[in-house]
Design a protein around this ligand. Sequence first.
Ligand code: NCD
Ligand code: ZN
Length: 344
Amino acid sequence: MQKITILKPDDWHLHVRTGRELKSVIGMSAAQMGRGVIMPNLNPPITNSTQALKYREEIINSLPNGSEFNPLMVLYLTDNTTAKDIEDASKHTHIRAAKLYPAGATTNSDSGVTNVNNIYPALEMMQKVGMLLLVHGEVTHADVDIFDREAVFIKDVLGGLINKFPELKVVFEHVTTKDACDFVVSSSNNVAATITPHHLLANRNDMLAGGIRPHYYCLPVLKRSKPHQSALLGAATSGSPKFFLGTDSAPHLKEYKESSCGCAGVLNAHCAIELYATAFESAGALDRLEGFASKFGPDFYSMPRNQDTTTLQRKEWTVPDSYPCGKSSIVPFMAGEVLRWKVV
Ligand code: NCD
Ligand code: ZN
């Protein structure tokens, strides 16, 4: 196949930051995606409607001229989020979801939830008003191995939460294990998951064999090829509407990644749909890319699918070594490597 045309995709999990970083990266998503679900883990986090709408304004004002990109906003749940915060947010069509970050799980999650019991009133209200719960699914206890944190979260937290709120729509974000894929498949239709391109294309060897590659470091951390990476590829290409596109594109300046304590997050927005096409092609499933990228996400969010289309062409190109950001730069996923698909 030399060309593939699909309905325009959306990104259901995206970090765009603020200020100069926002200006450096937002055009990448706007060039490919119709909508983006914008993660609220700023410092300080986006915890109420006023902050969310102000942040949305900043994003819109940073878009390249003529762009039609639609940022969908998310509240950051804390131990102090009230049912009223949720009810207020639900009145704004641009605010679609709230995000559960277990405290300390990832970048800027210090204000996250210390015990899910603390957010039961908020979850109750979300279930009532139909607001989606987005979950960073990892426990944070020091005694749980970092490669096991997702599986333990399912057992210790997520299973119980879903039983308690069966009507709540839950997106298990950036799943990285076979355990998570199996869990989503066996749960009700109110439970779905996003999968990133880097977890489809890379595993922990890419990050750790022959040297530490900090630009592959993200959370949840890359797992083993078998059974985990292959389970993700299987889930994404299965045609199940429970799995859809969420890049978790999460830019950090080069000096914060290439450091004695490098931070977690991978920029992939520069070629997200090309990366997904590469992964789907490797599984012989390019015909299933459109469902994953452009249909199942809006269906789960009860929003209309995009109407315009995107065409990818078979064409070799080399990913830039870095993108400028102020006086610094951001090193993208697959920097310097050749990809074989390009958006026309
Ligand atoms: C994200 C970030 O940098 O904000 N990092 C990451 O490794 N994915 C946070 C997150 O989604 O966990
Ligand atoms: Zn994320």
